[in-house]
Design a protein around this ligand. Sequence first.
Ligand SMILES: [Fe+2]
Length: 269
Amino acid sequence: MLEVIHISDTHFGPDRSHMIRGANSCQRAEALVAGIRALPFVPDFIVHTGDVVNDPDPASFALAAQVLADLPAPVYYAAGNHDEASMMREALAFGPLEPLTVLGGRLCYRIAGAAGEKVEFFVMDGRVPPEEGPHGHLSDSQMSAVLDRISGTKSVAVFVHYPLTPIGSKWIDEHLLVTNGADFQRALAAKAGDRLRGIFSGHLHRAVTLFSGGVLSSCVSSPVCEFTAGPEDTSCQFLAGGAIPFNHLTFTADATMVKAYHLPFPAGS
Ligand SMILES: [Fe+2]
């Protein structure tokens, strides 16, 4: 059995006073770290599915590294649309990993170590140039590298900033997904079969858990602010001042469990 904590979209700024839509990103990330430290177990590892910082500059990554260093287990990061992969590799401490493409320009790897022996966990990089928009895209080389690395004998899970498949909210489905995500998920399902245990994402600033084509798709929200997501929405609004979210994922031999936590902020209120 593996216990994994899934967090996302901390949007650190260059200093502790940085505010996003009325929310102090650093204080909220500290509350997130405190909440994870207070769990009655130590997770096998933690995955942050991107948007570690709000703007990719060394000061923001340095502050993120300082705060997230208090997390109680090895941490893995996916690149978000607000991040920059080479700065992430330089500033942030990653758990043991096996690169699947040249790290630096792209963060595509398999999680190594004892947990990686039990389940094949892949972290992928869907980032596109920011001027192209907030959607993601997976390169052929990454998709081939992951598909080739799947052994066919172990369970498989993928972490990527952007969800691969629609969630049923018009604006999000049009603008925030991996543009070739549905095709890649089909290829994954064809290779891994019923060993495909889920796709885990951030980016939506919204908690979503659904099945798409029989595959679990789980998205954790942001501790900074949430997005609205009505079925017919043609834009999204920001909801600041919400709870501090993280997901607890449990992988047993034959089940995947997603437990969503939403902690009060400030802590104890
Ligand atoms: Fe974000």
